[in-house]
Structure formats: C-alpha cells, structure tokens
Design a protein. Structure first.
Length: 85
C-alpha cells in the first residue's frame, strides 16, 4: 500500500511533506533539477512505508492513503508511479 499525491498539489508543490517523510520517498525535492519542471510532487510507491507522516503535513490536503484516494483522482496512482519509471 502507499500514499498518493493528487490534484491539489498541482501548482503548489509545498515541501512540508518532504521534510517529514522518514524514508525520502517524495520527490522531487527543491534541491533536485526536476523541481521547477514538474507540476506536482510524487510519492514513490515502492519506497513508501505507509507511515502517514506526510498526510497531515500537506497544507492543501493533496495526500491520501490508497483506500481513501477520491475516485475522481484515481489516475494519480499511475501518475505518481510513472514518475519513478
């Protein structure tokens, strides 16, 4: 299972979630070249340990556990995973 970053992150890219992630699974960080190019942050589903630390840190409520991802944002599972391919 993983957490997913969905549509509310687009254009915001607040990195509070990056700061609290204990396994460094949210990218790109502000130090990475891709940060300016991408429209949102992404959670690596293979690295995420399902701790949930990122969810309350997000100021725009863009992070959801898999089972609570709103149906209208289902495609964000693939969007997050594809960033890491």
């Amino acid at each position: 299972m993983s957490y997913w970053i969905a549509e509310p992150c687009i254009g915001t890219k607040d990195t509070a979630c990056v700061d609290v992630c204990p396994v460094d699974c949210i990218h790109p960080t502000q130090e990475e070249e891709e940060f300016e190019e991408v429209e949102q942050l992404y959670i690596d589903p293979d690295t995420c340990i399902d701790c949930g630390a990122c969810e309350p840190a997000c100021p725009v409520t863009a992070i959801f556990p898999d089972e609570e991802l709103p149906e209208e944002w289902d495609e964000y599972r693939d969007i997050n995973a594809e960033f890491y391919l």
